[in-house]
Design a protein around this ligand. Sequence first.
Ligand code: AGP
Length: 620
Amino acid sequence: MCGIVGYVGSQHANGRPLDVVMGGLARLEYRGYDSAGVALVTQDAGLATAKKAGKLVNLEGLLEERPLPPATAGIGHTRWATHGAPNDVNAHPHVSADGSVAVIHNGIVENFASLRAELAADGITMTSETDTEVVAHLLGAAYAATGDLAEAMRLIARRLHGTFTLLAVARDTPDLVVGTRHDSPLVVGLGEGENFLGSDVAAFIAHTREAMELGQDQVVSITPDAVTVVDFEGATVEPRRFTVDWDAAAAEKGGFASFMDKEIHDQPHAIADTLLGRTDDAGRLVLDEVRVDEAVLRQIDKIIVIACGTAAYAGQVAKYAIEHWCRIPVEVELAHEFRYRDPVVNAKTLVVAVSQSGETMDTLMAVRHAREQGATVLAIVNTHGSTIPRESDAVLYTHAGPEVAVASTKAFLAQITAAYLLGLYLAQLRGTKFPDEIAEILQDLREIPDKVQTVIDASGHVREVARSMADATSVLFLGRHVGYPVAMEGALKLKELAYIHAEGFAAGELKHGPIALIEDGQPVFIVVPSPRGRDSLHSKVISNIQEIRARGARTLVIAEEGDTDVLPFADEVFYVPRTPVLLAPLVSVVPLQIFACELATAKGLDVDQPRNLAKSVTVE
Ligand code: AGP
């Protein structure tokens, strides 16, 4: 997720274009802060660009040192890296080989490798590691051929696979900014003698509340006095106009009450983006950034996942899938316990470090210990350029975008997704799964974002129950098999958001002690496995529900749609779409996330910044 801003307004030349673009980037910085950059079209018909790694303040410093000339149009970008480290060279904008156009991009171009090879064959060499630079060169060539920036954008956009919002300016058209979108947001701001573009309304809400919503596969051209939109076939489109009724702060949250709620809603994209670009044209997994020698991976005889908190629960979920697909034993270890138990680690051990921030000191120290013991370390991380991937042998990035809320949600689902990809990659490499079996599981994964969206869309019931339980003092969470780490994650969410004592445990453990906790009215969530899969587990969990219901528990059941066996014993049922057993956590955890967020909100708590917590625990 990157921040994107575009502006054109020749009557307001000189400093305004840069002021508007930089102001918009400041409001969008939560969307990405690996680097920032601007491109201006100056009045003497030239492109002027400036870009810098790090937060926006670094670009501001550069512009003070080297001011850009007066301009009439401009585009700006704050980057959340997906392809290429967060450095000056990879920062946007990227300029075409002939210097005619500058481009900024939000999203992932899945087929950039084949397009890059095409450009190399034409003698164009890349200066960066990004997919965006490929687009800039393609756009420059199309602009040279057509002399029309909007038409050039339309022609190249049709060739791109993946997700993209693109903005571009050309050195010889000072009154024009062109944009396009596919599965990535772009909105138009309508001014007087000036117009705006942004990845969301926060980019221009300080200047106008009149906006236009761009649809899928459309190309927009803005000049100071006009907005023109065509579809990818070239036909003119009349976009829907709307008036923004959010305040600036709400705009940064996309209109949601909190970043937490926004990020829960971002989860379908986080899963879809993490899957993007990970298979070749033949459908084989190609985890490019996992630069570990295949021979090393073939001789691995043990996997140890090290992580903390929610990331550790992602590892717990992945354990079931990786062991089943690869037939390699997988241990999941809390990072802060790992190195103190003198673990058995050697050259045949693959240590997988899972971390959203990539800066968790407990996990980093465990990584160092594992490498000292000769293990190969692979990081599953969300934040490009962070310390843990730098100190690992390889990295598989999640593409969840910046996670602002302290309590992790979309990163959790992206971590599980990335761990599934790793498991399938190992199965493909070691031949423990046939290609068609792997292809089927990948297709099941591609269907998950829609299933998560279904749960989000049907969350009214769980939100209502959450609000009714605002005075709860203790909630228990039960799960079995892959539902067990889901129960523990559900308990953690409630603890850290609503400050309520909560405990997750294996349903089978109930009779070995915890059932003593059950008393009249005790709320208990139960994550019920699919009745279609390992039916022995389903019937066992139904028995667990009967046991606690008979002792007065208030049973809150997460079950697969169509499962009517739970009805006689459930006080509340939250249905989720049918999902393959090993992938079910991606769907069954969502009602628990929403429950915790809604209950904490009902208590008037700050769900984005819960007390005592930090987004990244950089001390041991
Ligand atoms: C998750 O809701 C918590 N904020 C916390 O458990 C977190 O998952 C843990 O601190 C690990 O952080 P990391 O993923 O950045 O390493």
